[in-house]
Design a protein around this ligand. Structure first.
Ligand SMILES: C[S@@+](CC[C@H](N)C(=O)[O-])C[C@H]1O[C@@H](n2cnc3c(N)ncnc32)[C@H](O)[C@@H]1O
Length: 481
């Protein structure tokens, strides 16, 4: 990634020394232990060596680490390691930080603090204030040209508030009203906030530069991300995607030829790496901005992709990317599509199936699901037995007595005790493919989860149905008895 960034700076932004140009300010907003920052400094050192500036190397690299190669990190442990790594690199080159000097790596939340606060902050320790002031100075006053990194992978980061919330607001309303609006929860993923923070910083403050992230690749074609893609097309000039696949959910970590396709983050001790598929995206904004951006895409598959990328970083020869033209009707997806030309004129599923409703979701599986019908029946009868107190039940089936959001365990039990056990609610149930189980599908209370009565009426012995889903993930189906 760092080699690619260096090349793009030279070839597309008119900076012949690339990262070694003293005007290039770099930020890794989620720098962890500092791997990217160290690589950036190595790259700068390489260029300076090529230029015969060996004598000043330690001084120049230290200056870069202090003044223009910045990192943000939220956690103290990786933050400390990142400082150690930069310090070690400078020592290797024969330099050292003086007492009042430090690398430009700050302990801060990268997603906030980009706007001045409405009221002054108060601090328990003056050191915190110094740290935050220094980070805020980078956020607000520095002309950052390159933002690169590996944003965190927390699937669902929770509902953002305040400044963080406003970050993803920009990805909610389409510029073109014909574009599909975002669906689902994908915009709540933490990495999306990092993209927006980086995009906003490069576009609004520097007005040229590049963002290069390796992240979850769900944004390339996700139903939650059409507006994010629309913005990127209008704000950047060139978007280059290296799709690294390795997705447990979409492909089962198997190549189209059926060979192993581990994540690019796989290691000897963790051969599969992380679960989600990943992609490297390089988004370039040039001074003479020309929208919409051209999108280039390539797939990398299999066990050799890491080595392929490493070789490309050394040689500078990147294999061919294909240019793709994202289509508005398909949600501007950033992947090649192999749909037929008239695909868009086909009837929509919602026209063919005018009525739709959510299917069943099982919660409390240890209570309401079993492979053995008699065992399930005995357990449910125990649940409905007024002689079994709530406390006793808690010891036998704790899931039935634990209150969770939307499930008031005590109230539901007392209501159901009044109503009594209903044998017709036991159903044969396809829990997973080829995994038939039995289910107590309570209809009057949320024992299962939501009762889903609208789905239940279709589960009869003689009914067949087709089920359509938005993605390929398998969820339980109900089989009629
Ligand atoms: C996938 S890791 C990046 C690893 C990194 N490239 C390295 O060399 O170690 C993501 C990092 O982002 C940090 N992080 C998560 N949320 C953050 C935030 N809001 N601001 C700054 N850092 C954050 C995590 O603590 C974690 O270290």
């Amino acid at each position: 990634m760092v080699a690619r960034v260096d090349r793009v700076l030279r070839e597309k932004l008119g900076l012949p020394d690339g990262l070694a140009d003293g005007r290039v300010v770099v930020l890794d907003p989620c720098c962890g232990t500092g791997a990217f920052l160290v690589e950036v400094l190595h790259r700068i050192a390489g260029t300076l060596r090529e230029k015969g500036e060996e004598a000043l190397l330690a001084h120049e690299i230290k200056r870069a680490a202090m003044e223009r190669v910045f990192g943000f990190e939220l956690l103290t442990a990786p933050f400390v390691v990142a400082h150690l790594q930069i310090g070690a690199l400078i020592q290797q080159l024969g330099g050292d930080f003086a007492k009042n000097e430090r690398a430009g790596i700050y302990l801060t939340n990268a997603l906030t603090g980009w706007e001045p606060p409405s009221k002054p902050k108060t601090f328990l320790f003056p050191e915190f204030k110094e740290e935050i002031d220094a980070a805020d100075h980078v956020k607000r006053d520095t002309r950052i040209l390159v933002i690169l990194g590996n944003p965190p992978y927390n699937g669902f980061a929770g509902i953002a508030i305040g400044e963080e919330r406003r970050l993803t607001t920009a990805y909610r309303d389409p510029i073109d009203p014909r574009l599909a609006r975002p669906q689902g929860q994908g915009l709540n993923e933490l990495y999306v906030r990092f993209y927006r923070m980086a995009e906003r910083r490069i576009i609004n403050q520097t007005n040229k530069g590049l963002v290069c992230f390796i992240s979850n690749y769900s944004w390339l074609d996700g139903l939650s991300h059409p507006v994010m893609r629309e913005r990127f097309l209008s704000e950047f000039d060139e978007i280059t995607i290296d799709c690294l696949n390795g997705d447990k959910y979409r492909t089962g970590k198997v190549t189209p030829e059926g060979k192993p396709d581990p994540s690019v983050f796989s290691t000897e001790s963790n051969r599969e790496g992380i679960q989600v598929g990943t992609a490297i995206a390089l988004l370039l904004r040039s001074q003479s901005h020309n929208a919409p951006a051209t999108v280039y895409f390539r797939d990398l598959w299999g066990t050799a992709k890491h080595a392929e990328l490493a070789l490309e970083a050394q040689t500078g020869n990147t294999a061919h990317h294909q240019s793709i033209a994202p289509k508005l009707d398909l949600g501007l997806i950033f992947r090649p599509t192999n749909t037929s030309a008239d695909y868009i004129s086909w009837p929509l599923l919602t026209e063919l199936f005018p009525v739709s409703f959510p299917g069943i979701k099982t919660s409390r599986d240890s209570v309401v699901v079993d492979i053995d019908r008699d065992r399930l029946e005995a357990r449910m009868k125990m649940y409905f037995d007024p002689k079994v107190s709530f406390d006793e039940l808690n010891k036998i089936m704790p899931e039935a007595t634990s209150t969770t959001g939307g499930f008031d365990a005590k109230n539901i039990r007392s209501y159901l005790l009044g109503r009594g056990y209903t044998s017709e609610y036991i159903w044969k149930y396809l829990y997973r493919p080829f995994d038939v189980r039995w289910l107590y599908w309570e209809q009057k209370a949320k024992l299962l989860d939501r009762a889903r009565t609208e789905a239940r009426v279709h589960h009869t012995q003689d009914n067949l149905w087709l089920e359509a889903r938005q993605n390929s993930q398998w969820k339980p189906l109900i089989e009629a008895m």
